[in-house]
Write a protein that binds this ligand. Structure first.
Ligand SMILES: NC(=O)c1ccc[n+]([C@@H]2O[C@H](COP(=O)([O-])OP(=O)(O)OC[C@H]3O[C@@H](n4cnc5c(N)ncnc54)[C@H](O)[C@@H]3O)[C@@H](O)[C@H]2O)c1
Length: 393
């Protein structure tokens, strides 16, 4: 069969735009023609474009006009408007996590710590409704870039659940590290919250996805989350926090530790921790306790290789693993971090979906359930952990 050619455009020229471009180079199901990049920071966009020999567009509209697929690699506060503009042209938005959210009242000095979280929940749900309505009107669809769903360890667990008819009883997941690199992260008005959404969306979405898989495999019906109890904390801005320089501390108005306890409609559970206070490299893990097996999905670190290096500077030019503080001593270098993390697999699936209409593992409804659960969790955290019902999609 002749491969179709899909024209790609990238919005944003920072961290996620970089790994999206690397994943695009590996797409094999279609031909990919990267037309160019657009970013608010025009200097950064020019540099990004020059390095990759692509065009830097002068406006978002020009970029959308020139492509079939738009990678939305800009802060979460931009996702809804960009995705809707792309859907209106019947083109495919690949939207980085989180799908959308609540980004304040528009004031420059909006502070995420002191406003009613029910307001955030209501507005985030309204944003989801607008996105789903735009998708329903469009000939294309939202391709939600939650890489955990495509991480090979999570996909192996999907196979185990489907083929053994397993019932998941409890999952516990975590995404933690020592602090985000992105400047935008740290401000509720750009990120839509703190660590509970920024990192917590990853293990939570993987857990919501696996319960969907379970429900569909046994009865053809999705198992939805029903309620959530949550706590959030601000550890790095506590008066008593003793900063020794290893953990990022300059967040403006966001939580840096969070815990969600979600009860599904069948009474089963997921506990999901997210934090920005953990040393030793990124910690991404989901453990599944089922009625017929138990699985630990180690997305990072993995023990694929373990290395002892006696002199830190010997590894100066060697990438070891995301957010590792030192390369001296024992470490678990990730032999192909993007692959273990699911980036090339998700991009491959999205291009096949755009070119040939092939199905994707997760759709806008899963993304919507994730957003709804997290903002319900913020309401719960405001009530010091009271149980809050979740609206699902
Ligand atoms: N899946 C993952 O593992 C992962 C990892 C990091 C970030 N992300 C997500 O990717 C998104 C971007 O984060 P990042 O880390 O790449 O941020 P970043 O700060 O590294 O880059 C953001 C880019 O967006 C551009 N930008 C800002 N506002 C814009 C606008 N209105 N229009 C066009 N461009 C705009 C900036 O100029 C910059 O180039 C976020 O939604 C984040 O949650 C996902």
């Amino acid at each position: 069969m002749d491969k179709r050619t899909v024209r790609a455009g990238i919005v944003g020229a920072g961290f996620s735009a970089t790994f999206h471009f690397e994943a695009l180079k590996k797409v094999y199901g279609t031909n990919v023609q990267v037309e160019g990049v657009y970013a608010l920071d025009t200097e950064q966009a020019k540099e990004y474009a020059k390095k990759r020999r692509i065009r830097a567009f002068g406006s978002l509209e020009q970029l959308i006009d020139s492509v079939d697929v738009v990678h939305v690699c800009a802060p979460a506060s931009t996702h809804e408007s960009i995705a809707i503009a792309v859907l209106e042209q019947d083109k495919f938005p690949i939207v980085e996590k989180p799908l959308t959210g609540y980004f304040g009242d528009g004031s420059e000095d909006f502070n995420g710590q002191d406003f009613p979280k029910t307001e955030a929940l209501d507005q985030a749900l309204a944003s989801i409704e607008r996105l789903i309505a735009a998708e329903a009107k469009s000939k294309s669809k939202i391709l939600y870039a939650e890489n955990w769903v495509y991480a090979p360890s999570i996909q192996k667990e999907r196979e185990i659940i489907e083929k053994t008819g397993a019932q998941i009883l409890w999952m516990h997941g975590e995404e933690s590290h020592s602090g985000s690199h992105a400047e935008y992260y740290g401000f509720w008005k750009f990120a839509g919250g703190g660590v509970m959404i920024g990192k917590g969306c990853h293990p939570l979405t993987a857990a919501l996805y696996l319960k969907r898989v379970e429900g569909k495999a046994r009865s053809g019906r999705v198992i939805h989350p029903n309620s959530v109890s949550a706590r959030t904390h601000i550890i790095t801005r506590m008066p008593g926090f003793r900063d020794e320089g290893h953990i990022r501390t300059d967040y403006y108005d966001i939580d840096d530790f969070s815990l969600m306890h979600v009860v599904f409609e069948d009474g089963t559970l997921v506990d999901s921790v997210a934090s920005a206070i953990i040393l030793g490299g990124i910690h991404n893990e989901l453990e599944v306790a089922a009625n017929n097996h138990r699985t630990i999905c180690n997305i990072n670190p993995t023990s694929a290789i373990q290395t002892y290096n006696p002199v830190d500077e010997n590894f100066a030019d060697i990438y070891v693993v995301e957010k590792i503080g030192t390369k001296q001593g024992w470490s678990n270098p990730c032999p192909d971090e993007d692959w273990f993390t699911g980036y090339p697999q998700e991009i491959e699936a999205f291009y096949r979906a755009a070119a040939y209409g092939e199905p994707v593992e997760r759709d806008s409804r899963l993304a919507a359930d994730c957003i709804s659960t997290i903002y319900s969790a913020y309401v719960s955290a405001e009530k010091m952990g009271a149980e809050v019902e979740i609206k699902t999609f």
